[in-house]
Design a protein around this ligand. Structure first.
Ligand code: URA
Length: 187
């Protein structure tokens, strides 16, 4: 087994913004802290560009342990970690969840294409979800960098809009059709 540290997530239990990445990479496996490598530094830059500090948000992952050789997570691994993440979401009850990358997006939008939905506010079971490209993808593919920067720039406005529509937030009973998420017209 190549796991050194499980990485459960980090941030305040009452965070308004929850960011969900994929899973621990090399540096996260060494330290037990999420997003401490290159993609974490880029994430800090993006947060700073909208006036946020890492300490203000909760950062977690769909996978809690580093897959060997950094391969993509397997379906059974995602399923094994899912109840833990569900509990984190329930306890923190964030105003907005930002998913970073395909695997995190697929938890909420299983049939979506990231190229089509990134940067849009989605109402999934009464919760505000914004899918974004992964910071690591933008480090490998430079053309994604301005896209990610633009999506982050939209975030404060999306949160402010959601605050004006409080019924939108934390209503677990409002079930939407997950396979055909609607983009909210109010945004
Ligand atoms: N990439 C992720 O998706 N999560 C981390 O914690 C670090 C890098």
């Amino acid at each position: 087994f190549s796991r050194k540290h499980g990485v459960s997530g980090a941030g305040p239990a009452d965070a308004e913004i929850m960011l969900i990445g994929e899973g621990p990479g090399f540096h996260e496996n060494e330290t037990g802290i999420p997003f401490v490598g290159g993609s974490g530094r880029f994430l800090d830059e993006l947060l700073e560009s909208i006036g946020l500090q890492r300490e203000e948000i909760f950062v977690g992952n769909v996978i809690k342990c580093r897959p060997p050789g950094n391969r993509d997570p397997h379906a059974d691994e995602l399923a094994a970690c899912n109840p833990y993440l569900e509990r984190q979401i329930a306890v923190i009850n964030p105003k907005v969840i930002v998913t970073l990358g395909r695997f995190s997006m697929a938890k909420f939008l299983p049939d979506a294409k990231i190229s089509e939905v990134h940067g849009q506010a989605m109402n999934i079971k009464g919760r505000l979800i914004v899918a974004m490209y992964h910071t690591a993808a933008a480090l490998h593919q430079r053309s994604l960098r301005p896209v990610l920067e633009a999506d982050f720039a939209k975030l404060p406005g999306l949160i402010a809009q959601a605050e004006k529509a409080p019924e939108f937030i934390g209503n677990e009973n409002k079930v939407e059709n997950q396979s055909a998420p609607e983009q909210l017209s109010m945004f």
